[in-house]
Design a protein around this ligand. Sequence first.
Ligand code: GCW
Length: 839
Amino acid sequence: MRISLGLLAFPVAVTAIENGINGWLRYAPLPAHQRPSNLRLPGAIMALSNNKTSPVYTAGQELQAGIKSILNQTLPLYHEPDEWLGSTILVATTGEFYGRQNGDVKASATLADDGYLLRVRAGNVVILGQTERGALYGAFDYLSRIAQGRFSDADLVSNPDAPIRWVNQWDNMDGSIERGYAGPSIFFSNNAIPKNLNRVTQYARLLASIGINGIIVNNVNANANLLTDANIDGLGRIADAMRPYGVQVGISLNFASPQTLGGLSTFDPLDAKVISWWTDKTKRLYKRIPDMAGYLVKANSEGQPGPLTYNRTLADGANLFAKAVQPHGGIVMFRAFVYDNHINPADLKADRANHAVEFFKELDGQFMDNVVVQIKYGPIDFQVREPASPLFANIPQTNTAIELQITQEYLGHQDHLVYIAPLWKTILDFDLRADDQPSLVRDVIAGRRFSNKHGGYAGVVNVGTNTTWLGSHLAMSNLYAFGRLAWDPTQDSQVLLEDWTRLTFGSDPLVLGVITEISMASWPAYENYTGNLGIQTLTDILYTHYGPNPASQDNNGWGQWTRADRYGIGMDRTVSTGTGFSGQYPAEVAEKFESIETTPDDLLLWFHHVNYTHILKSGKSVIQHFYDAHYDGAKTAQTFPIAWESLRKKVDTDRFNEVLFRLRYQAGHSIVWRDSICQFYYNLSGIPDAAGRVGKHEYRIEAETMTLKNYKLTGVNPVETASNLTAVVLTSNSGEASAKLNFDSGKYDVAINYFDLIGGKAKYKAYLNSKLLLEWTGDLEDKLGHAFSTKLDGHSATRVTVRDVQIQKGDVLKITGVADGNELAPLDYVAILPQGVVD
Ligand code: GCW
């Protein structure tokens, strides 16, 4: 039986335009030099399933389309063994395979749930899955090898490290996405589930190819209206769209639904009416989606309702849902991100980092077997560096999963390149030493360390309708690496990155080299130019979590405190003099973090309050480390666009230009970060930079010192996000700022800092004498797609650079601005940079 390709959600041949829609599954034609001359493929594909919704069936289609696209060979596809007697790529479940014929491949007893066996021998390929989706995973593995030009024989068994490998989407029903930076939702629009779910199927395909087996489709800040009959049917359609790829759908619940949607007078989890309300809803859901993955619950956190309202425990709350889904085989992921966001900053013993253990430790043993406590990797909130959450070591009788964030909420909103896998590895590989025994976080969540049945990984992804999925081509390496690590956390971050790069951009050594180099340098650089020594990201935590605003951390109830004052910085989290947090770790680790001597520099300020003059293990003072790290990080970011430019002829034009635009933007914004953080701590501590850089910018011309026509001076907030603490804005529809350049004649880069706000698209032109150097529009809100800012601040501060400008002493630089809406063409400064100078 031949199968039509009509159902496939992706084009059979690689599209001419590389818009990112196929992610790493482009199946680009393999260049001739990468094909072995004696390449011999089997004569047909045999996928042992006639069920069109089975991942085995999908695997057959995928293999056929992939091989056609990569090798330009069309293999016939059959589903019954007697239809073809020649050599095959056989794909099946072990059960189906052994049930139907006596093959020469013995099922390996070592195949775990969702695992697969892949045997490639000369002209025969056997792919057996322990489950249907396991077979699909094996097919994707085989295709990935071919796409990377790896044709060698193989004989392997691959098993996932943990059963739960889910992604979370924070999609709202109106189509917006909380902390999403790639356009509106593919799952919801106008408070309903859209008719056309092609993108949902395409997403499932990407997810399955990296071993993801479940997805929560709506925001943890959940809307009870998701549970209306019409929406349950819509969820059913989502599940139908993802089922052929073996991705099971689950949903986030709003704890108060029985009251807000059901009209009951209470949502007390022990109330009989409440229990039967949830039981009934759950039945309806499973009737429409028999393989529903389960529920995700955020309760009593950040204003969300929960069981504590009724003096019930969080375990009572979790078990309410666990009982409801148990007869259907469902799982309840219950979030440990429970904390009070109104804590008193004047209380030196108060600590948000303590809350998760305080809430959950005493509940260990009280959760039902199908509850998994989902724990963010660090005790606070997806910061650029955190210690592993101690909760992983505190609830041995409870299933646990780690929550990681692919969407870059605190890591630059996908407008900064940050390859996050190396950060995740610091947590997964961390040894908590529970009972003085090896207790790696990855062994805890896999259930190995404490003999738990369920457990694993939840990654907050937040893809949107943008064709690149995450808004940025390069950001997709994070999604890829997340899936591969959830399958096998021992894998090396760089190896995963290189696989992704070969699949996404091809195997040219120069391309591979550049993407590897900039991606591997990206997290250390971002940490350097944002928050160092474990002080957190230092972004604006009260607004959009993007640009710099260290002051926003302190003196409020959110508890992301740095405790910075004139003399020192850092949270004292010791048992002896501080909040006691370090004592939440098992003894060996607690002891290490309790003492300044044994706390590693990169977490020093997480655990200890020290003077700015404190000398680190590196030999530098804390304040000098801040200055140097910020200069180093921003300097590294300057190299990213330059390295990328070397790929001009090697990467297709669209992707080349889109990536270049973002890397240039990042290079500019890293300087905004560098300057505002350095200036902030200089203002606070009064300690100058030993290298004399901070606050001294000999190549800059501040806008406020230029000759201004229809421009006036303005402050910005935070003040240090403008150079010299001052910017200028138009006083009428258009105006100009000009200055005579008193630099020696020569070649310079001209950098211009301005503010790009939501609420207007001002137009700018920069001239050297009468020659137009650059023309641009303040429209980053369209181009970068992240939650920008309506104000002049560290989010909107932006830098553009014109390279290699020949300047004669006495030339006049002029910038004209035309206002639009709220955007009064704000300008900060111009920098005339000699070759090689970054300032
Ligand atoms: O970090 C915070 C985010 C919120 C998020 C919350 C959570 C979905 O700023 O946007 O809400 O964490 O994880 O629940």
